[in-house]
Design a protein around this ligand. Structure first.
Ligand code: ATP
Length: 612
């Protein structure tokens, strides 16, 4: 009986507080493919994965009990406090074994992995292992990812012949040559990558050429006809092409006078919900206080690519005799029905706050979604932090960074109040989605889109779905935006670009990347180098900067239970000042004892985030 086996396993842990849900009287471990027990993943009523990361676990890992779970293929206990020698995992038929970020120590016996014929991923990084790498690694024919970094392994690297796709032995005391085979394969890989990149560039140039040629021919055609046809999405390809889109064209009949609105009533005026047949091909305005224009007008304007991310591509479109707008063409929104989409857009149109960039209009077709907002010409927080500066141009000073984070906090607070029923009121908080005006007042954009994004693609495109909890449990919570806020704070203070914006993958590698990023911030905290060297205006502000850093850390707590909720994070941000005015040193993350109190932080304080 798997319940009995798991409860025996639990008994061998000295502080299984995180496993309270393991209670056979309340529910069995597996209900077919789901489970109410923390950390369990089930298939066909049997435990397939045990994911016990960052649960503060200590004690013995009872491998003998685990060997009685016949379908167990993944065991993950990263970021806990297990110590002593590595348990005898060769008794299990695992595919994936993740033990990074614990305190395992001693030599790993040469035959520790003998017979683990199915093992594909092995992560033992950031432990305290010493001695030679175990010879049994050589016999793991299916091994594809191997992470051994941050230990004290010594000796040489065994002759690994497997076609590894990830291999990390950095931060050890290894010596001698990198085995020829391994070196050749990685060299070969980078050569292949270079060839692929060149081929991709040639293909992109060819496609762009073709698109520009088509646009030019079509442009001539429509000028001859005197008016363009825009109710076909093919015309929207303009917003799919890259580069400057040619000279601005004038409107050429009274009907298409700028801001002509006969055909495009504001959504409010048409009854909002917009369920009327045949109307979906038009630009719909969601605010009654804005002048309207039509899609033709937008398409006639000059357009410039602002950027193209995973989530969509954004274009700046300057209306004839009108303001500059931004049109974002979204990918991954095709599963949402029209009524639902219209309703949600209407809701977004009702939002109004100085720290939110208002949605102005949208365009809906089954296979095409565009959102239109104002162009903000002072750029984004990302461009100010990481963009190229002219020689001598200063970086953002501390008071400006503080102003930005306070505004971000206010915008988030408003979203949480107005959209309190949404599980993820923002969902995509990151520095390129924080735009700033000329006084550096921030405005959030790309918010509240999770209800209309295809669920199965969300992980690849939205920051919230790259949080530790989503990677580990496939779930986001109302604290997931707090995670993103924490990352944004660390980025703002350190000037470092966070790895998780870029990461596409899921699983240990993604977690390891993010942990490495957070840890790099922590490391620099110890050496006093943490703050962005380009940040000026810090005189007498160091204490407040440190407070903000600690707030960031508390928001980046991996364990969701221990992580602050938004309210707590916002009230701490609100209290911050440009400079210290005396006052008591405060304790942070009080729910977790004195973690992050204002005493000097030590490596131990951050062990929770060291997962790889
Ligand atoms: N309204 C706007 N005004 C000015 N710049 C904007 C505006 N909206 C977006 N941008 C900028 O345009 C660029 C592209 O934005 P876009 O939202 O398409 O992608 P992203 O934020 O980089 O990534 P993602 O696709 O994940 O959202 C970014 O640099 C962003 O800061």
């Amino acid at each position: 009986d798997e319940a009995e086996v798991l409860l025996t396993f639990k008994k061998s842990l000295s502080n299984p507080a995180a496993l309270q849900t393991w209670n056979a009287t309340v529910s069995p471990p597996c209900n077919r493919d789901s489970s109410d027990w923390a950390g369990l993943r089930c298939t066909d009523g049997a435990v397939e994965k045990l994911i016990l990361d960052n649960m503060g676990l200590v004690g013995i890992i009872d491998v003998d009990s685990l060997s009685q779970l016949p379908k167990l293929r993944t065991f993950s206990a990263m970021g806990n406090n297990f110590d002593g020698p590595i348990p005898p995992f060769s008794k299990l038929s695992l595919k994936n074994l993740y033990l990074s970020g614990n305190k395992f120590s001693g030599e790993i016996p040469a035959d520790a992995f003998k017979g683990m014929a199915s093992l594909k991923d092995l992560y033992l990084g950031s432990n305290r292992f010493v001695g030679p790498l175990p010879g049994s690694l050589v016999g793991l024919n299916k091994l594809s990812e191997l992470g051994l970094e941050g230990n004290q392994f010594s000796g040489s690297i065994p002759d690994l012949q497997q076609p590894l796709t990830a291999f990390n032995v950095s931060g050890n005391d290894l010596a001698g040559p990198i085995p020829g085979n391994l070196a050749d394969r990685f060299n070969q890989k980078s050569k292949t990558k270079t060839i692929l990149i060149i081929a991709a560039i040639i293909a992109v140039v060819a496609i762009l050429g073709a698109i520009l040629a088509c646009t030019f021919i079509r442009g001539r055609g429509s000028r001859r006809e005197g008016r363009a046809q825009f109710n076909d999405t093919r015309n929207l390809k303009k917003f799919g092409a890259a580069g400057k889109m040619g000279p601005k064209m004038k409107a050429h009949d009274d009907h298409h006078h700028p801001y002509h609105s006969a055909q495009l009533e504001p959504m409010a005026a048409t009854g909002g919900g917009g369920g009327r047949r045949g109307e979906s091909g038009k630009l719909r305005f969601v605010r009654s206080d804005r002048e309207t224009f039509d899609l033709q007008e937008l398409l006639r304007s000059s357009a410039e690519v602002l950027g193209s991310g995973n989530f969509g591509s954004s274009y700046k479109a300057v209306l004839t005799e009108g303001p500059a707008m931004v049109v974002k063409r979204f990918r991954h929104m095709n599963n949402v029905g029209k009524e639902e989409f219209y309703e949600h857009m209407k809701r977004l149109g009702n939002l109004s706050h100085p720290n939110l960039l208002p949605l102005v209009a949208f365009y809906y077709r089954k296979e095409e979604k565009l959102l239109v907002s104002d162009f903000v010409d002072n750029g984004s927080l990302a461009s100010h932090l990481h963009g190229k500066r002219r020689p001598g141009e200063p970086g953002l000073p501390w008071p400006t960074r503080l102003k930005i984070i306070k505004g971000v906090a206010k915008g988030l607070g408003y979203l949480y109040k107005e959209l309190s029923d949404l599980p993820l009121p923002h969902g995509h908080l990151k520095s390129s989605n924080v735009l700033v005006d000329h006084t550096f007042q921030p405005m959030l954009t790309d918010y509240a889109l999770s209800p209309v994004v295809n669920r199965d693609q969300a992980q690849g495109v939205m920051v919230a779905y790259k949080s530790p909890e989503f990677i580990q449990t496939d779930r986001t919570t109302r604290k997931t935006d707090v995670w993103s806020l924490g990352i944004l704070i660390l980025e703002l203070l350190t000037g470092k670009f966070p790895a998780n914006y870029l990461r596409q993958g899921k699983g240990a590698a993604a977690n390891a990347d993010l942990a490495a990023w957070v840890n790099s911030v922590v490391r620099e905290e110890w050496t006093g180098e943490v703050f962005d060297k380009d940040m000026k205006g810090t005189k007498n502000g160091e204490g407040e900067m440190l407070k903000l850093l600690k707030i960031g850390m508390c928001c980046c707590e991996w364990n969701v239970e221990r992580r602050w909720d938004l309210r707590e994070a916002l009230s701490k941000i609100e209290e911050l000042k440009e400079r210290e005015e005396g006052g008591e040193n405060e304790d942070y993350c009080s729910s977790d004892g004195d973690l992050y109190s204002s005493r000097a932080m030590t490596e131990e304080d951050f062990s929770f985030s060291v997962t790889a």
